[in-house]
Design a protein. Structure first.
Ligand code: HEA
Ligand code: HEA
Ligand code: CUA
Ligand SMILES: [Cu+2]
Lengths: 268, 523, 289
């Protein structure tokens, strides 16, 4: 009785809150905007459902037994306590299921590790607490840090929609081109994570990690530092803007020019 | 078989505080461990409530971000090293000598030492809260270079870890020696209760990995104070090397936190199903397989550090394999219940709660093991949800189940059953309210170890915080119930539970000061 | 397993709490010292004094109980299991440092030098660095400056011979004990102690050579780190082992042991052999290859 009452309470509570919320999408992993992120989402749903099914079977058997095989029903307990064939069965079956998960997972993983034929190379350096982006083979480089005003953080003014996920300078990249990121850090560990691109990797001082991505759709994608890096770890967002190739070329040309004139100014 | 315990001063035990300070009695020491764990549970829980208060709403309300990180770090260290490990060691102390028909632990003085280190080590650790630069705030995983930025607390942290490591190692050596050497004649290994078996294997894990942690933190210490370069690329080292060392300890550690629970549950389910445990020997082999596998999966905590592909694949496969022996255990428990004649006293409720919620936590663990998916899960609240499911309704529930199960034996009094049931249902409701929503915010992209978050995570964090306070206050019932039972209650019989089997139930409730002064006869 | 059906349970003891307070005091003192507080020295000294006092006291209690014949076979066996697992934990402690050595040699240094997945690391961060073990093993930052490495065939080889010989003398003494040859026992033990002491002396000479002539110290990058950590902890264990051997020597002179009952002797012997084996690992992987 208790169990059922609580269960109903719990479900209604959950339903209430999720209705008030933006809905299902906020409850699940993002599908993302790359082929690989979609594969990852597929894997996630596959294992989730396998687990749900196993869970239903196991808990089903258990609750059946809890309901039917209770002393208050006047049953006499059975005495069996061994069965080699059963034991064999429930060793082999999970094993086979696991292989079924491991194969597609490995395939996706191998794709993720393929950084060949990248056309654009960007070096990312983590600092306490901001990111630096350098477009390799150009002179473009800049820092990117949180732009949310302190008043919002300290509850002195209302928080805007992009509270804590906005930066002063976005990372601009083209769509449909393979981009390779070279990731490192200047002080402690950080991790560069953008869920929509299914990219997360640690930035390690003294070492470079690589990852690559092809973005399918233009848009603004928001992520965050995902490795504890000190006091402002929670305040180290990433914003990446994917644009059409032409727009990107224009932006890059302008940025290079601006940089050159900056340098010229300094040298004068 | 007439023989007596050769005690240098027979029935005289010192009274007052000195009894507890100098005691070599396994039951006294077990009690001390359990009370210590209880106190630390409230301290660690209070820290969790600080975390949950700050996360109740977006924005910074109560604490400085640095202090928030200290709370996260200390909460985990206290809960793992100060609650679950000592609680299980306490249960081991109380029950293992009785279960194997021995008089006491094998090395009783060292047993006393293992315990008394704990309060001192934790005083040292907790004192860092008031030091210059604050308490450690680099996460319980202590990753350098961040952990090297700790202020005055740093050496205290390292030495506190050495100290409690020493305690755990000695405690574990004692348990191994007890099990291997103190069994009554006829108590063969394959006749031992599973709780004894799981602890034997746990103790082995402890002896194997605690020294590795000690070595790792020693390297942190010398990197900070003596100019070594273990974790510094410029000197040829690698920050990631610390993670390898830490998780070589850390992963077996999480099984140290769960294997004894398996033993507890394997004792409770057959008792209340009035039916022998299904698949005793496969339970033993499964436990051993889990322990073996636990040594070769550590890098699943490090999928995002940029290991070579072969490493990622190996650690993914090895990790997934653990689902097989763990599954065997779950299936065995369910089959033990099948066609039993069950009753649902509080220990049984907690044991069933354990099976269900631990399995949910195991499922999310399996999801985490899938490397490409872990790139999305890693360092988010999905991970936090995973490990709280295996630790809170896992380890903690098992400890509570054990307390209810053996409390009548320990005190000689029955606990108030209705209150116990209320405690169970409130705990179960609130623990899910706290930790289930964390799956959602994690998948939606909320990183762990942050004091403030963006707006889309607000609703579920609020629910989780409400749940945490509810769960916390429900534990006050537990405290009250235990004190009440110690003070009095209806007298418990020797067997206590109708379906109970095993040596502990042949002794009086409470058992005599020296459990078995003559070796019992084993059927 | 108990065959006799008789159980021994020791009475309460104050030594554990003294041990705890002593170690805790030493740790607090050491921490304060590391944090630059001069008072730390004194607190550390007090703590260590308490620890020494405790060790002497605790062991005297155990020895006198043992001499009074209070321990039966089961207690003896408990002690044995305790010692075996303690040594196993020590093995794992050293494993952490050996693991670190293997890791830097097979992974981190080659990566920094551009091998395997380390190409980008080398090109962008450390373009000058070439990995040649051990000569560039103070890393791309050349931490600690130029240094020379310790060769294997001078003192270290001699020390290997010394430790191996000490293992033989100790076994010789053990046989003597079992055959009740008192003189041989004492000579064997004394030789072992002497060899241990000579080993430590040579180790000290070697350290002096490293500091003064090779510019090699703990700060010499990862080479110096692993070198001094491994040899240092090993040397510390040799010191402890030698002290324990001295105690055993003293007890042998007092005639404490008999052919059947000499657990303390065996425990120390196991420990000494363990230290010996660790040294072989050190000699091979730290000095030689
Ligand atoms: C009691 C502690 C405990 C236990 C038992 C487990 C059990 C498991 N854990 Fe968990 N884990 C932790 C405590 C624990 N974990 C902690 C504390 C962390 C975080 C540390 C930190 O970063 O701070 C962590 C993190 C963690 C990670 C890293 C996540 C990340 O940081 O990115 C991973 C990844 O693989 C993982 C996997 C697993 C797996 C596969 C199991 C398996 O053992 C689970 C096996 C059980 C089942 C699968 C359920 C029952 C089985 C069946 C019913 C059979 C049939 C099932 C199938 C075939 C699917 N855990
Ligand atoms: C056994 C281990 C264990 C246990 C039992 C718990 C229990 C709890 N944990 Fe913990 N937790 C960890 C192990 C554990 N945790 C670990 C390993 C981490 C990772 C740390 C890291 O990232 O480094 C972590 C991190 C962690 C986080 C993430 C922090 C972050 O990433 O910043 C959160 C957030 O909600 C949390 C919450 C809770 C809650 C609400 C409980 C509740 O179950 C607690 C229940 C509450 C009480 C028991 C309080 C009772 C007290 C009162 C009611 C007080 C009133 C009375 C008096 C004063 C007399 N934990
Ligand atoms: Cu940068 Cu967290
Ligand atoms: Cu793990």
């Amino acid at each position: 009785m208790f169990l059922i009452k609580n269960l109903i309470l719990f479900i209604t509570l959950m339903a209430n809150f999720s209705l008030a919320n933006a809905g299902w999408l906020d409850l699940n992993m993002t599908e993302g905007v790359t082929d690989i992120s979609q594969e990852v989402f597929g894997l996630h749903m596959l294992i989730l459902w396998i687990c749900v099914v196993i869970g239903v079977l196991v808990f089903g058997a258990m609750f059946w037994s809890i309901l039917m095989h209770r002393k208050s029903k006047g049953v006499t307990p059975a005495t069996f306590h061994e069965s080699t064939s059963l034991e064999f069965l429930w060793t082999i079956v999970p094993f086979v299921i696991l292989i079924g998960m491991a194969v597609p997972a490995t395939k996706t993983l191998i794709k993720m590790y393929d950084h060949s034929d990248s056309e654009i190379h960007i070096k990312i350096t983590g600092y306490q607490w901001l990111w630096q982006y350098e477009y390799l083979n150009t002179n473009v480089s800049f820092y990117s840090k949180l732009s949310t005003p302190y008043d919002e953080i300290y509850n002195k003014s209302t928080k805007n929609v992009n509270y804590l996920q906005e930066v002063d300078k976005e990372l601009i990249v083209p769509v449909n081109k393979k981009i390779r990121f070279l990731l490192t850090s200047n002080d402690v560990l950080h991790a560069w994570w953008v869920p929509d691109l299914a990219l997360k990797k640690d930035a390690i001082p003294g070492y470079i990690n690589e990852m690559s991505v092809v973005i399918n759709e233009p848009g603004i994608y928001r992520g965050r530092c995902a490795e504890l890096c000190g006091r402002h770890h929670g305040f180290m967002p990433i914003v990446i803007k994917a644009v059409e190739e032409k727009e990107y070329e224009e932006w890059l040309a302008n940025a290079e020019k601006a940089k050159t004139s900056d340098v010229a100014k300094i040298n004068k | 078989m007439s023989s007596v315990v050769k005690d240098t001063h027979h029935d005289e035990h010192p009274s007052g505080i000195m009894r507890w300070i100098t005691t070599t009695n396994h039951k006294d020491i077990g009690t001390l461990y359990l009370w210590f764990a209880m106190i630390m549970f409230f301290i660690g829980g209070l820290m969790a409530l600080v975390i949950r208060s700050e996360l109740f709403q977006p924005g910074l309300q109560f604490v400085d971000p640095q202090f928030f990180n200290s709370m996260t770090t200390m909460h985990a260290l206290v809960m793992i090293f100060g609650v679950v490990m000592p609680a299980f060691t306490g249960l081991a102390n109380w029950m293992i000598p009785i279960m194997i028909g021995g008089p006491d632990m094998a090395l009783p003085r060292m047993n006393n030492w293992s315990f008394w280190i704990m309060p001192f080590a934790f005083s040292m650790l907790l004192s860092t809260l008031w030091m210059d630069g604050g308490a450690p705030a680099g996460g319980w995983t202590l990753y350098p270079p961040l952990s090297l930025q700790t202020g005055d607390a740093f050496p205290f942290l390292i030495f506190a870890i050495h100290f409690m490591g020493l305690s755990s190692i000695m405690g574990a050596i004692n348990i191994v020696a007890t099990i291997l050497n103190m069994r009554a004649p006829g108590m063969t290994l394959m006749k031992m209760p599973l709780f004894v078996w799981t602890w034997l294997i746990t103790a082995f894990l402890l002896i194997a990995v605690m020294p590795v942690l000690a070595g790792g933190v020693t390297m942190l210490l010398t990197d900070k104070f003596f100019g070594t370069s273990f974790f510094n690329a410029a000197g040829g080292g690698d920050p990631v090397m610390f993670q390898h060392i830490f998780w070589f300890f850390g992963h077996p550690e999480v099984y140290i936190l769960i294997l004894p629970s398996f033993g507890v549950v394997s004792a409770i389910i057959p008792t209340f199903a009035r039916k022998p445990l299904f698949g005793y020997s496969s339970m033993v082999y499964a436990t051993a397989s889990i322990a073996f596998l636990s040594f070769i999966v550590w890098a699943h905590h490090m999928f995002t550090v940029g290991m070579p592909l072969a490493g990622e694949v190996f650690f993914m496969f090895a990790t997934m394999l653990i689902a097989v022996p763990t599954g065997v255990k779950v299936f065995n428990w369910v089959t033990t219940m099948w066609k039993g004649a069950m009753t649902f006293e509080t220990p049984m409720l907690f044991a069933i709660g354990f099976i269900v919620m631990f399995t949910i936590g195991g499922f999310s663990g399996l999801m985490l093991a899938i490397t490409p998916a872990d790139f999305q899960y890693h360092d988010t609240y999905f991970v936090v949800a995973h490990f709280h499911y295996v630790l809170v309704p896992g380890s903690i529930f098992a400890i509570m189940a054990a307390c209810y199960f053996w409390l009548p034996k320990w005190t000689g009094n029955m606990y108030p059953e209705t209150l116990g049931k209320i405690h169970f249902w409130l705990s179960t409701f609130f623990v899910n309210l706290t930790f289930f929503p964390m799956h959602f915010v994690g998948l939606a992209g909320m990183p762990r170890r942050i004091p403030d978050y963006s707006l889309q995570f607000a609703d579920y964090n609020m629910i989780a915080s409400i749940g945490a306070f509810g769960f916390g206050f429900a534990q006050l019932i537990f405290l009250y119930l235990i004190i009440k039972t110690i003070k009095g209650g209806s007298k418990a019989t020797d067997q206590v539970w109708e379906g109970a089997e095993g040596l502990e139930w042949t002794l009086s409730s409470p058992p005599p000061y020296h459990s078995f002064s003559t070796p019992p006869v084993i059927k | 397993m108990s065959e006799s059906g008789s159980y021994y349970v020791p009475h309460g003891s104050k030594w554990p709490i003294i041990a705890t307070i002593g170690v805790c005091t030493a740790m607090v003192g050491g921490s304060s010292l590391l944090n630059g507080n001069d008072m730390g020295k004194y607190i550390l000294a007090i703590g260590l004094a308490m620890v020494v006092f405790m060790i002497v006291g605790w062991f005297s209690t155990v020895i006198s109980e043992s001499e009074d014949g209070m321990y039966d076979e089961q207690v003896d066996s408990s002690f044995r299991w305790g010692m075996i697992w303690f040594i196993f934990s020590e093995v794992m402690f050293f494993a952490a440092f050996f693991g670190a050595l293997f890791y830097v040699r097979t992974y981190s240094l080659p990566w920094l030098g551009g091998e395997g997945t380390g190409l980008a690391t080398n090109t962008f961060l450390w373009p000058e660095f070439e990995n040649i073990w051990p000569s560039t093993a103070n890393g791309p930052g050349e931490i600690g400056g130029d240094f020379k490495t310790m060769g294997a065939w001078g003192l270290p080889a001699l020390n290997t011979a010394i430790l191996l010989t000490s293992g033989v003398t100790l076994t010789w003494a053990h046989h003597a004990l079992k055959e009740m040859k008192r003189m041989q026992l004492i000579i064997g033990l004394a030789l072992t102690v002497a060899l241990g002491a000579v080993f430590m002396y040579f180790q000290a000479v070697e350290y002096g050579h490293a500091f003064n002539d090779l510019n090699l110290n703990m700060g010499s990058g990862i080479y110096g780190s692993t070198f001094f950590m491994l040899t240092g902890f090993h040397g510390f264990h040799v010191t402890i082992g030698t002290i324990m051997l001295l105690v055993i020597l003293g007890r042998s002179i007092y005639g404490h042991f008999n052919p059947k009952n000499h657990f303390a002797f065996e425990a120390v012997a196991w420990y000494w052999h363990f230290v010996d084996v660790v040294w072989l690992g050190l000699f091979i992987f730290v000095y030689w290859v």
